[in-house]
Ligand binder design. Sequence first.
Ligand code: URA
Length: 440
Amino acid sequence: MRTYDIILKKRGGQPLSDEEIGWFVEGYTNGSIPDYQASALLMAIWFRGMDEHETALLTDRMAHSGDMVDLSAIPGVKVDKHSTGGVGDKTTLIVGPIVAACGVPVAKMSGRGLGHTGGTIDKLESIPGLCTSVSRERFFEIVRETGLAVIGQTGNIAPADKKLYALRDVTATVDNLSLIASSIMSKKLAAGSDAILLDVKTGSGAFMKTLDDSIALAKAMVSIGERNGRRTAALITDMDIPLGHAIGNSLEVIEAVETLRGRGPADLTEVCLQLASNMLFLAGKGEIAACRAAAEAALAGGEAFQKLCAMAAAQGGDISVLESTEKFAKSPAVHAVQAPRGGRITRMQTEQIGEVSVVLGAGRENKDDLIDPRAGLILYKKTGDAVAPGETLAVLHTARPEALPRAERLLLGAVEIADAPPAPHRLIYARVTRDGVELL
Ligand code: URA
C-alpha cells in the first residue's frame, strides 16, 4: 500500500477502504507516514468528505491507537460529557458535581484550552495545588471515594488523534464534520464511560457556526457512540453569546462556585441543569423530568458544591479558595471597557471575545505558552442588554498592561450596539438521540 495512492483516491472523491484507513492511522501514529503526506490526505478529506462508514472506521482506528481505559472497577453506570468547545464554558465544573451528587459516578478526562476556547484542565489548575495528572489507580480510587474525578488526558489516550489534531490545527483542516466527529469520539470511546452526553455548541463562538452543521455533527457523533455500544445523546446549545459572564480560568472557577451555590447567571445555570438532567437520564436514573428534579435538588441542597470540594481536595487542591473565593489570586491590572454609545447589544462576535481572553493571558497563542490563571474578563453586558453611553461593558483582568489597548480594541470590535432590539436567542436548540432530532 502507498500513501500516495490513498491521497489520490480521496482527492478523486472515492471512499477509502477499511484497510487503507487503518494503514494510514497506524503509519501516521508510528511516524512512518510523514506530516506532508498526512496533511495532503487531511486536505483531500476536507474537500471530499468521508461517508458514515469511513468516519466510524477512522474513529475506531484512532481510539485503538492507544489505551482503551476499562472503568469496570468503578461500580455503577459511568457517564461522560464532552463540549465541542466554547467561550466561558465552565459547565463541567458544575455538571460533574451535580451528577455525582445524584449518585452517578463521573470519571472524566478533559482537555486544555485550544485557540479561542477554554479548557477544563486549565480552569481546574487555577485552584492552588490541584493536580490533574494522577495515576490510573489513583483516578479510580478518587472516583470510588468521591464519585467524581476530572484529570487530563494521559499520553496514551488516542495518540493518533493527538498527532492528527496538532497537524489539523496548522493546516486549516479542523472544521470538517468527519474529522471533528472522529477526533472527539475516538477520545470518548477510549476513555471508557458507558454513556456519553455531547454538548454541541452552535454560533459565532463555536467550531460549527450554523444550526444545520451542528445538528449534522451531533448526529454523526451519536451514531458513532451507539454503534460502539455506548448510550449517547447530544444537546445543541448556544455559543453565539458567551456562557455566563466570566471568561478566564480562576474567574470561571469563581463563577462555577457561585452557580453551585445557587447564585450563578441564569443562562449558565439553565444549560448546566439541562446537561445534568440528560446525563442522569443516560445513566438510567429515570425520565428527564425526574432527572431534572434530582439535579435541581442537588444544586439547591448544596450537595453538588460539596462534591466539587471533595473532588478538589482528593486531587490535592486548596479548597479554602472554593469556600471563600476572594482568596483567589488577583490580576495586578484591571481595566473597565466602556460603551462608546447607547442602545441595545444586538450581536457579539463570541470567537473574538475568546481571543480577548487569550490576549490578556488566559489562553495560549502557541501550544507551549504558559497561561496566567488570574487573567480574563468579566462581561457586564451581553446580547439583548440595554447600555447607556459610557456604561461598563466589561472589566479586563491581566498581568500584561501593555496588552490592554489591543484587548480593548478587540472587545469593542466584537460587540455591536444598535437601536433595534436583537433577534431572540435560544439557549438550547435541539436534542439528538438514536431516535432522531427533537427541536426544543
Ligand atoms: N475538539 C476535539 O477534540 N477535536 C476536534 O476536532 C474539535 C474539537
